[in-house]
Design a protein around this ligand. Sequence first.
Ligand SMILES: C[S@@+](CC[C@H](N)C(=O)[O-])C[C@H]1O[C@@H](n2cnc3c(N)ncnc32)[C@H](O)[C@@H]1O
Length: 222
Amino acid sequence: MPKPSLLAPPELERSAVVANNAMNRERGLTGVNSYARELGVDLLAQLAHRPAPSWLDLCSGEGRALREAASALPAGAVLTGVDLVGPLVPRPAPPALEETVASVSSWTPSRTYDLITCVHGLHYVGDQLGLLSRAASWLTGDGLLAAHFDPESVRHADGSSAARPALAALRAAGWEYSTRRHRLTLRGGRAVRLPFRYLGADPAAGPNYTGQPAVASYYAAA
Ligand SMILES: C[S@@+](CC[C@H](N)C(=O)[O-])C[C@H]1O[C@@H](n2cnc3c(N)ncnc32)[C@H](O)[C@@H]1O
């Protein structure tokens, strides 16, 4: 197998696969094109009964799901969206919503969250396992993290699949994986250290299970 040239974050984020504004960035909270449908989770129910619920959406696209949640949540709710390019259609944000334009590969929050989502965002992130580990520590004690994940996008240095060891390590750290939904979930914040050292990413890996071109993430054993 020819060795791909592995890219670091700045080059990866400029690649055509990641900087592709034709991807679906418009998912709402519920309905046909929605977070609820893609994740199979009632997100507002996760936030119910909390006096000041907080939700962090990584790779938030246009931020539609967060905006729709803002009108349904009590005053004091905190909603944070982080996206490499942010909303392409600028609209005034509701007071509860903070939209941050940044790469999730380097961004770090200054607080913890009751809910963290990443809906079809990890497919474009280089160090996916590193982001999952960091995000686990951003959850509140009983918070929920839900993210789409393609184990086949995790590779050993020689290009072979590292799906099995990656999933085994994630499960050992407390994650659950739904093969049918390609969805990882974690309940409760924690410190996670996965036994992988990030080498770089290949944006020419081709389409993943969604049918869209995605990034492959390369790791050595740590
Ligand atoms: C398929 S879209 C999904 C957007 C949104 N979650 C939704 O479902 O509507 C993927 C998003 O990931 C963002 N993205 C890709 N790489 C990123 C990175 N390193 N940091 C932050 N956002 C990133 C893109 O800008 C894009 O908005």
